[in-house]
Design a protein around this ligand. Structure first.
Ligand code: GUN
Ligand code: FE
Length: 442
């Protein structure tokens, strides 16, 4: 109801550099202002011009030496893996067996799940992430408590219960029937409740039977607006295993395609080792890939061929993939993305990275009309970044010649120390100097 203005240097992404060129892909106001009302952006521009459009007594919060931008969007993350981030020594399949499954078992207990969900959402806020597409565990309660915590914080979040009915310890499997019914119940309860959305979440092809994958296709038909979230083509051994388990299918993606799992709201994490045919089908179906650099390096999975995905016009967002990913920070994730491109003799421009971590993520999640930048009418999820967060950052920033250089330094050196404030739906949800909305894990 009450309007509040925020004055700072403001930068946001307004288009994909691939479509309009770098220059037209962003807006920057050195002395800028946004006005927020009822959780939405109602004005943006040069401070003096914005001020002139509003009554002079409007409350104004002013930030010095800060860069205000829209909240980061994490298109792939596992909240139950918060407690096993940085587990040593294994690649995907052994990592799942030795570390992931035992930790996910603990989410049978909703009290533990609730504690971790709370800690996880605190961690997102302190890293400037305002929307995420989130894996739960096989337990429906794990998703229930996650949504409860997200609802308290008025977050725009997408999450789902893991479907997994084979090739996993018995204590962590459901059945095609129970997984279907639990998903249905969660959809009815949570999908489109406030800002929350549901994703049907089969873990990946090897852990579901044909019968279970059929239920995924069925759920997507019954609820055409829910998301589909899974893993695809992450690790070479995984791909071999998929082809052994599904010998009649042409390739890994074809397994999902066969069961009607590709649509506009399908998001596939990784997609590192894709053939041209698979890229073609992802593109035609409007599916998206989540690029997870820190995870891909940590598990030794491989280097994503981003130019190839772009050539096929596939939507791409950034993902941390915590707990295989090693940081909740999208800034750190962008830094590792740059290095992954360097290893392939490719450049990743900081404005392209900004797009991927904000508007590109919103586009991949089909939420571009609601989030992803600071245009009038969007939900007011934004972050205030401190360009002088550390002594090194301040020293280096003073040597940076222009906005692009500053942005690159911000991404290369930035992390949660760089995130000064995070605003969710127009309200301050995190402040690095305390006043943090308190919940701490015991
Ligand atoms: N593939 C199947 N499950 C997982 C998981 O939990 N993390 C990652 N990185 N890949 C997976
Ligand atoms: Fe993952």
């Amino acid at each position: 109801t009450e309007k509040i203005a925020y004055r700072a240097s403001i930068l946001h992404s307004i288009a994909d550099p691939k479509d309009v060129g770098l220059e037209k892909s962003y807006q920057y106001f050195e002395d800028g202002m946004i006005v927020v009302e009822n959780g939405h952006i109602v004005d943006i521009g040069e401070a003096e011009q914005v001020q002139a459009r509003h009554p002079s007594n409007i409350e104004t919060v002013k930030f010095e030496n800060k860069l205000l931008t829209s909240g980061f969007i994490d298109t792939h993350i596992h909240y139950p893996q918060t407690g096993m981030i940085a587990s040593y020594g294994e690649q995907l399949l052994d990592w799942l067996e030795n570390y992931t499954f035992p930790e996910e078992l603990r989410f049978k207990n909703p009290v533990y799940a609730q504690k971790v969900a709370s800690l996880f959402l605190d961690e997102l806020a302190s890293n400037g992430t305002t929307t995420a597409l989130v894996f739960g565990t096989v337990h429906k309660e794990s998703v229930y408590v996650f949504f409860e915590e997200a609802e308290k914080r008025k977050l725009r979040m997408i999450a789902g219960k893991v479907l997994m009915d084979r090739n996993a310890p018995e204590y962590l499997t459901d059945t095609p029937e129970s997984g279907y019914l639990d998903s249905k119940e969660l959809i009815e309860r949570w999908h489109n409740r406030g800002r929350l959305l549901y994703a049907v979440t089969p873990r990946f092809a090897p852990t579901s039977t044909d019968a279970q994958l059929e239920t995924v296709g069925r759920l997507l038909k019954e609820y055409p607006n829910v998301f589909m979230h899974t893993h695809l083509s992450e690790n070479k051994k995984e791909i071999e295993w998929v082809m052994e388990l599904f010998p009649d299918r042409d390739n890994y993606l074809d397994v999902y395609d066969h069961f009607g799992m590709l649509h506009e709201r399908s998001v596939f994490a990784h997609g590192i080792h894709l053939s041209d045919c698979e890229c073609q089908r992802l593109s035609e179906s409007g599916s998206a890939i989540s690029f997870c650099p820190t995870s891909n390096l940590f598990l030794g999975s491989g280097l994503l061929n981003l130019p190839k995905l772009e050539k096929f016009n596939i939507n791409v967002g950034m993902g941390t993939d915590v707990g295989a990913g090693t940081s909740f920070s999208l800034l750190q994730t962008m830094s590792e993305a740059y290095k992954i491109m360097q290893l392939q003799q490719e450049k990743l421009h900081p404005l392209k990275s900004l797009f991927l971590a904000t508007l590109g993520g919103a586009r991949a999640l089909r939420l571009e009309d609601k989030i992803g930048n600071l245009e009038v009418g969007k939900e007011a999820d934004f972050v205030v970044l401190d360009l002088h967060a550390t002594q090194l950052m301040r020293f280096r920033m003073n040597q940076a010649k222009n906005l692009e250089e500053k942005l690159f330094v911000l991404m290369s050196l930035g992390d949660d120390r760089t995130v000064s404030q995070t605003y969710i739906y127009g309200e301050k949800a995190y402040d690095i100097n305390g006043q943090h909305s308190d919940q701490k894990i015991a």
